[in-house]
Write a protein that binds this ligand. Structure first.
Ligand code: CA
Length: 243
């Protein structure tokens, strides 16, 4: 049984979410304020959080950041009433793994929650999949969910780790956006790939920052190359490979 936390101040939506998710066999708690959400997770850490961004007491992005700081591995899905893409991007940049725009259909909510929890539960099947992956100055240890660049540990969210692990498994290979969405988020049937763009941007920033702080030889510095209209390719600094 997975532990879910619903952070929603609207009683109608909050209790509907709670009963729907409880009916699917989850252990669901609901709180109505950002403060209660942050205060509750230390004693009862949830596997997945549904976080309404429009809360009465705290800014939703601040709540998201505080929850992420306390729970590096929990799945955080933000709920936003606004279709404003800025909200979505800010939510993802605050540490959310995914988002749902209100109003959403129950079937969509349940599919999304199921997909995220399956990923949390997934135990890596083969010994090979647990071996450290080394690419340039990057070392990724799937079993420990640890990653470092030039010996400098990188702090990644759960989904950023999964995305980087997927990219580093096939360096030099063009990987379509749909493949990354399907394999890292499990919901290739949804139209928007904004989530992927934001996570790629965040990974690039973290790789750049880690590389800069360690003064890594650029030839050892992996990069995520955008393939317009297709997807991404993970490779060592292309500008320096000829040398
Ligand atoms: Ca609200």
């Amino acid at each position: 049984m997975s532990r879910l936390l619903v952070v929603e101040d609207d009683d109608t939506i909050g209790s509907a979410l709670r009963s729907t998710l409880a009916a699917s066999g989850h252990d669901v708690r609901r709180v109505s304020t950002g403060r209660d959400a942050v205060a509750s997770v230390d004693s009862e850490p949830p596997d997945l959080i549904l976080l309404d961004l429009g809360l009465p007491d705290m800014d939703g992005f601040t709540v998201c950041r505080e929850l992420r700081a306390r729970l590096p591995l929990a799945v955080i899905v933000v709920l936003t009433a606004r279709t404003d893409q800025l909200d979505v991007v800010s939510g993802l940049e605050s540490g959310a793994d995914d988002y749902l725009t209100k109003p959403f259909r129950t079937i969509e909510l349940l599919a999304r929650v199921r997909a995220h929890l399956r990923r949390v539960d997934t135990t890596i099947p083969s010994a090979v999949a647990r071996d450290p992956l080394i690419f340039g100055a990057l070392i990724l240890e799937p079993a420990a969910r640890r990653v470092s660049l030039g010996g400098h540990p990188m702090e990644l969210t759960g989904r950023e780790f999964d995305l980087l692990a997927r990219l580093v498994r096939e360096p030099g290979v063009a990987i379509p956006r749909e493949t990354l969405m399907a394999e890292v988020w499990d919901h290739n049937w949804y139209g928007s790939t904004k989530t992927l763009d934001v996570h790629i941007a965040s990974l690039r920033r973290r790789l750049r920052e880690a590389g800069a702080s360690m003064g890594i030889d650029t030839r050892e510095h992996p990069q995520i190359v955008t393939l317009r209209g297709h997807g991404y390719r993970f490779e060592l600094n292309p500008a320096d490979r000829s040398g």
